[in-house]
Design a protein around this ligand. Structure first.
Ligand code: S3P
Ligand code: PEP
Length: 431
């Protein structure tokens, strides 16, 4: 396990960067390109470890996928061309690969074994396995069929009308993808709209899919056709630098070509709510997804109550928002975010223990946190707990103290942002 001494003591950030491609969109582009007949070219693909797990899963089913840095070329014979893998499929650390792939594999008349790393092996899979079982897939696994490793025997699915018991785009997407293999129509009715990249991208691949409010309806037995996908910059990665610029003196940062899909832009709403100086310039639409530039400058953050429908729109940004809250002018409360307990770590516990170690005053609640503002952070020996977003939060926290911050297990950052430290060095002018 590698460690890093963070050397950013009170640095300010300035300049422009582009962040790597969106993780959610990169996963889906590989999956749908593999299901589609013909050629799919993906540009600005995120070469993070999670998305590489998705690529190797489809390669193990015989799909031709070639990659050069951030471009991916897929050539597929479509669903009929997929083969039964000879080996178990390694999902690595990726919840998105696990849940969406389970939906796809449930539609195929083969047997699959799936496993993941230590973190993924603890994350709940019953949320997706249960509706897929209802559709006819035979799924079993550890802990009464709830946890990886799991086995799937797919084929002969029937459609369902499903109301997810959790607010999860992964669950919605897994069921919609299984619906693609079923007879008739499958509907997913969400309580709160979650990220809709599956719906948008399936349309780009030629599928008929109806969206009305928070209900999505997919027509079964459709064929997808290969297409070109340009992946927008990942707003969840950009969030680390947007917050970094807001909380360090004399900073001004522009992140260019960021995805601005409204189901993902909760971070912009929260930064505005907390009084951060932010400017968003929308530029164009690529593959049904709006993109633009976001500029943030040093600000005096205001405390806020963050709850309700915004939570699914900031779910991966909450660790860095918690750090922002330690610098606000009062107490910030985050509620309705129990889903944080089911991520790479229990992100309520890992954020609370890490920020506490760094000198902040934070209390975990059942579904969120209470964070005191105006805190002076200090040095500490910290660890990511193998969670990329905790690792990046610690790196940004180290900008706020002159003392030494040591980060153990920094490598996991490559799950979603392999060039994170290069970009941080560029913005702080440390080479
Ligand atoms: O669909 C997706 O691409 C994702 C959905 C979210 O997970 P949940 O669906 O579990 O909320 C998010 O946390 C994850 O990083 C990516
Ligand atoms: C939760 C995350 O990803 P996943 O669920 O795909 O592992 C994340 O990237 O923060």
């Amino acid at each position: 396990m590698s460690s890093k001494v963070l050397k950013y003591q009170h640095a300010s950030l300035s300049g422009q960067i582009t962040v790597p491609g969106d993780k959610s969109i990169s996963h889906r582009a590989v999956m749908f390109g593999s299901l589609a007949k013909g050629k799919t070219n993906i540009t600005n693909f995120l070469a993070g470890e999670d998305c590489l797990s998705t690529i190797s899963a489809f390669q193990s089913m015989g799909v031709s996928i070639k990659r050069d840095e951030n471009t991916v070329w897929i050539e597929s014979d479509g669903i009929e061309g997929l083969k039964e893998p000879t080996e178990p499929i390694d999902l690595g650390n990726s919840g998105t690969t696990a849940r969406l792939l389970m939906g796809i594999l449930s539609g195929l008349p083969y047997h699959f074994t799936l496993f993941g790393d230590e973190s993924l092996s603890k994350r709940p899979m019953d949320r997706i396995a249960n509706p897929l079982r209802e559709m006819g897939a035979k799924i079993d696994g550890r802990n009464n069929g709830r946890l990886l490793p799991m086995s799937i025997r797919g084929g002969n699915l029937s459609s369902i009308d499903f109301k997810p018991p959790v607010k999860s785009a992964q669950v919605k997407s897994g069921v919609l993808l299984a619906g693609l293999f079923s007879e008739g129509f499958t509907t997913v009715e969400e309580e709160t709209k979650t990220r809709d990249h599956t719906e948008n991208m399936l349309k780009a691949f030629g599928a008929e899919i109806d969206v009305e409010g928070t209900t999505v309806k997919i027509h079964g037995k459709q064929k997808l056709h290969g297409c070109d996908i340009e992946v927008p910059g990942d707003i969840s990665s950009a969030a680390f630098f947007l917050v970094a610029a807001a909380i360090t003196k004399g900073s001004s940062v522009t992140v260019e070509n960021v995805g601005l899909n409204p189901t993902r832009t909760g971070i912009i709403d929260v930064l505005e709510l907390m009084g951060i100086s932010i400017e968003v310039v929308e530029k164009r639409t690529i593959g049904g997804e709006p993109i633009g530039d976001i500029k943030v400058a040093s600000s005096t953050p205001k405390a806020a109550v963050i709850e309700g429908d915004v939570i699914p729109r900031i779910i991966d940004e909450i660790p860095i928002i918690a750090l922002l809250a330690t610098q606000a002018d009062g107490q910030t409360i985050i509620r309705d975010a129990e889903e944080l307990r089911f991520k790479e770590t229990d992100r309520i516990d890992s954020v609370v223990s890490t920020l506490t170690k760094l000198g902040a005053s934070v209390k975990g609640t059942k579904d969120g946190m209470i964070i005191e503002g105006n805190t002076l952070l200090h040095g500490a020996v910290t660890e990511s707990f193998g969670d990329h977003r905790i690792g990046m939060m610690i790196a940004i926290a180290s900008l706020l103290t002159d003392e030494q911050v040591e980060l153990h297990d920094d490598e996991c950052i490559a799950v979603s942002y392999p060039t994170f430290f290069e970009d941080l060095d560029k913005l702080t002018s440390i080479n």
